[in-house]
Design a protein around this ligand. Structure first.
Ligand code: FRU
Length: 623
């Protein structure tokens, strides 16, 4: 390391047997036992140790030592050469504590920067933090999970690392909302423990108290993941409306019968015709169904998925919901959501679905194995699952990223955002059943300012509108009806004065809606010396590098999913994302973009004919 131990010692050197000790004079003494172990002795009151982070460093193993068997080790990228930001490590109350740190050299810079504090500043420091999308206050977020509605509150739990803005130390983070738009951040609800990371899963309202924790207890089923125990399904319950969970003392409740390595993300739902709980779990390249009467004892029923859809990829994060076809409640169909990674159509992660029937035991798919249908045609829509207990409404929320570059996006203090909540419905087209995913109607509360334009705009070549919304800070919505000429290309560019542009257009000859982010702003990030996500075993653990061609591309969707010649576009822009919903969600497309200044120019374009733009509206959005 750059500095040596003696030079670093700001306070008195103490004698600690053979170990080198230093005290910073701030209630902290560092006892270095060589380079492999440091004991941090805390001798003054303080709620947190503020730990300095450097994302390119390897993980150190950090544990608050209370002497109990369930002390948990967290993997934290402690700064060795330079400090990028801090994360808080909560200390036991009382003023005296010992924290052990393994694998951080005695000369690392972190030892002079660790501080004892009673507060932790969560004020935003990221330019790209979305204005109206849900993000964690700090730290890393991936999948939404355990989402449930109860007593007027939507609970959004999520894969969360409180100890850095890269994947690791999976907890269930927690936010609540009464309108799906304004989120209150609460403390993590389920913390990593000695059985492993708390991976994705689901929560149900146990109305009849079948698990023995009282009527309407919240019961969460999740995957514990560790090298030691593998991936096993565990249970926890909450009797305080989801604020805190108690883990079931006999966990796990389900292990794979065949020792499968990838066996995770249980989704549980109540199957009314047989009055039983059903669990669907991703099991390598298929989904398995189990049944239970008490949420604790699970019996295998069937499996679906081998050879179906996009193959050969890892199935993850299932959901299984029932919806009326074309709004007809006498014609119900089941929809299986399957999140797949890697190898999806634009690279990396995406969400596909299958429609079909379920007899309480087995799922029968409507379509042939080779048919793949996608819930969203962007590159940043993943791990989408739905809320439990929302009655007839089925509301999904995606994580807005892609495992190819999720760990290296140009964001620091937090990393990871959710896409807007979407209401799912089924429609038929050409004899096939499809899922529409439309932004929920609650998004209307975000509209702060409306700008209207001429009712009809005819675009021959180019038509430019500057200053899309007043005081543009990159958070707005555009609504319009576009009618391109047959065989032409019609659409618009979202641009800033620097020329950074995302192109959105309907290519009538190819029959495609395209969103092209090749020149959208920052398109290459990460450190090229690090291994690429695809080259390592665990896509989550790597410092995945975005090679330019992973990010700088266009995504497209088939216009054949829509009817007619006029297309209604609802476009949501928020600092670093664009979501498009066409014709009530028949096409949804979600992509990250990183313009270095807000897009404030809307330039319509038409080639090979004229385009008609009607009912154009621009809304400034905010919370
Ligand atoms: C999907 C996923 C899940 C897993 C979680 C871990 O993005 O890989 O399968 O539960 O992330 O954070």
């Amino acid at each position: 390391m750059k500095k040596n131990l003696i030079y670093l010692a700001g306070g008195a050197m103490l004698a600690c047997g053979m170990a080198a000790c230093q005290s910073s004079g701030t209630g902290l003494t560092f006892e270095h036992q060589g380079d492999s172990l440091t004991l941090v002795h805390v001798s003054a009151p303080g709620k947190y140790l503020l730990l300095p982070i450097q994302e390119s460093c390897g993980e150190s193993q950090v544990r608050v030592e209370t002497g109990k068997a369930d002390d948990v080790t967290m993997d934290i990228r402690l700064a060795q050469d330079s400090v990028e930001y801090y994360v808080p490590l909560e200390l036991p109350q009382g003023g005296n504590a010992t924290v052990s740190v393994r694998k951080t050299p005695a000369g690392a810079i972190c030892w002079t920067h660790i501080q004892l504090a009673d507060t932790f500043d969560t004020g935003n420091t990221d330019y790209y933090r979305p204005v109206y999308h849900h993000t964690p206050l700090y730290g890393w977020m991936n999948d939404p999970n355990g989402m449930v509605y109860k007593d007027g509150e939507y609970h959004l739990y999520f894969q969360y690392n409180p100890y850095g803005s890269k994947w690791g130390n999976m907890h269930w983070g927690h936010s609540v909302s009464t309108d799906l738009m304004h989120w209150e951040h609460l403390k993590p609800a389920i913390a990593r423990d000695t059985l492993g990371h708390i991976f994705s899963g689901s929560t149900v309202v146990d109305k009849a108290g079948t698990a023995g924790y009282g009527d309407s207890a919240l019961v969460a089923l999740y995957t514990s993941a560790s090298d030691k125990h593998g991936q096993i399904q565990c249970m926890a319950y909450s009797t305080d409306n989801g604020r805190t969970f108690t883990k079931y003392e006999k966990n796990p409740v389900l292990t794979p019968f065949d020792g499968l390595k990838d066996f995770r993300d249980p989704k549980v739902f109540w199957y009314e015709p047989e009055k039983k709980w059903v669990m669907i779990v991703s099991a390598d390249k298929e989904m398995r169904f189990y049944a239970s009467h008490n949420l604790k004892d699970w019996e295998y029923m069937s499996a679906f998925g081998k050879g179906y859809g996009a193959q050969p990829n890892q199935f993850e994060c299932p959901d299984f919901v029932q919806l009326p076809v074309d709004g007809d409640k006498n014609k119900m169909k089941w929809v299986m959501l399957v999140n797949i990674n890697p190898g999806c159509m634009f690279g990396g992660s995406a969400t596909e679905y299958f429609t079909g029937d379920f007899d309480g035991k087995e799922f029968t798919c409507d379509t042939k194995p080779e048919v793949a249908k996608w819930l969203d045609y962007g590159k940043d829509h993943y791990a989408a699952v739905c809320f439990s207990n929302t009655g007839e409404r089925v509301i999904s929320i995606p994580w807005m990223s892609n495992w190819q570059y999720a760990n290296v996006t140009p964001i620091r203090q937090y990393r990871g955002a959710n896409g807007l909540p979407r209401e799912l419905s089924l429609y038929t087209k050409d004899g096939q059943t499809y899922v529409a995913a439309n932004v929920v109607k609650e998004a209307a509360v975000l509209r702060k300012d409306t700008r209207t334009f001429d009712p009809v705009i005819r675009v021959k070549d180019e038509y430019e509108i500057g200053g899309i919304v007043p005081d543009n800070d990159g958070a707005y919505e555009l609504e319009m009806d576009i009618t391109p000429d047959a065989g032409g290309v019609a659409g618009f560019d979202l641009m800033n004065a620097k020329g950074e542009t995302t192109k959105i257009y309907l290519d009538m000859k190819a029959g495609r809606l395209v969103m092209d982010r090749t020149e959208s702003g920052l398109t290459a990030f990460g450190d090229k010396s690090e291994p690429h996500a695809k080259e390592t075993d665990d896509h989550r653990k790597t410092m995945s590098v975005n090679y330019r061609n992973d990010f700088a591309l266009g995504t497209w969707a088939p216009l054949s999913l829509c009817e007619g010649k006029t297309y209604h576009l609802d476009v949501f822009v928020d600092k670093c994302s664009i979501e498009i919903f066409v014709d009530g969600g028949r096409i949804a497309m979600t992509n990250l973009v990183f313009p270095t200044a807000p897009y404030d120019i809307l330039r319509f374009r038409a080639e090979g004919g004229e385009a008609k733009i009607e009912n154009l509206k621009a809304y400034k959005l905010g919370l």
